[in-house]
Design a protein around this ligand. Structure first.
Ligand code: SF4
Length: 230
């Protein structure tokens, strides 16, 4: 191994977080979705796998367990995971669509999340209704604000329970500076909707699945991979 690669060799260190994908079922069908999730998603973790995984996690010295999907609430095993891992003292995070919690049959997760101190992470591509609905579907912004207000009322995003938002670009460009976007979101959501959150994270759209198809259709995949698309 030459000196260049020796310095950059991947070193195995203690695992801090395990992320578990529960499947590709989601109540939304966002244009950029990296895994092509939708209400028709069929690749979901079954009960047998979930129980085996829960057993395995109890043997690991990993402090943080994070669930993603799809939206994890649509997998019937999520509550079992949260109760089991909560009893083991693990720190749990859920990457949620948020709007799923606006549906009466899934509202029970609000109580479970609060009781187990689950951290929530949710996408919100814009503080403007038309832009968010354009990427995530008609009516998503209003439902998201409804759920954020409910979460604020039980302590999320107010210093008691953790609530982070995620910004991703609308199209074939990279996100602006995170601190600036966070400042704008904080101000606009507070002033226009009386909603608060803890942190905002910016992410880059991965050129796979639906987003890759869009780039191919627009003949922009090569430019995007070079970081030079519009
Ligand atoms: S909420 Fe997330 S998982 Fe669901 S369709 Fe949108 S991007 Fe995909």
């Amino acid at each position: 191994m030459d000196t260049f690669w020796k310095d950059k060799a991947i070193k195995k260190i203690k695992t801090d977080t395990v992320q578990i994908n529960l499947g590709n079922r989601c109540n939304q069908k966002c244009a950029h979705c990296h895994i092509g999730a939708s209400p028709q998603g069929t690749r979901n973790m079954d009960r047998h796998t979930a129980v085996s995984l829960l057993d395995k996690l109890s043997t690991l010295e990993v402090e943080n367990i994070e669930f993603t999907g799809g939206t994890p609430e649509l997998n019937p095993n999520l509550a079992t995971f949260i109760e089991g891992l909560g009893r083991q003292g693990k720190k749990i995070a859920v990457r949620t669509s948020l709007t799923v919690l606006d549906q009466p049959e899934y509202a029970r997760f609000l109580d479970l999340y609060e009781r187990r101190g689950v951290k929530l992470i949710a996408s919100l591509p814009s503080a403007f209704e038309d832009l968010t609905d354009g990427q995530r579907g008609k009516g998503v912004f209003k439902k998201t604000m409804n759920v954020l207000k409910k979460l604020n009322s039980i302590g999320y995003g107010t210093g008691r329970l953790a609530l982070d938002l995620v910004y991703n670009p609308f199209g074939d460009y990279l996100p602006p500076a995170q601190a600036q976007v966070e400042k704008e979101y904080r101000q606009m959501l507070k002033e226009m909707h009386e909603v608060s959150f803890d942190s905002l994270i910016t992410i880059v759209n991965s050129p796979i699945s639906r987003f890759k198809n869009y780039l191919l259709k627009e003949d922009k995949l090569d430019d995007y991979m070079q970081g030079s698309a519009s």
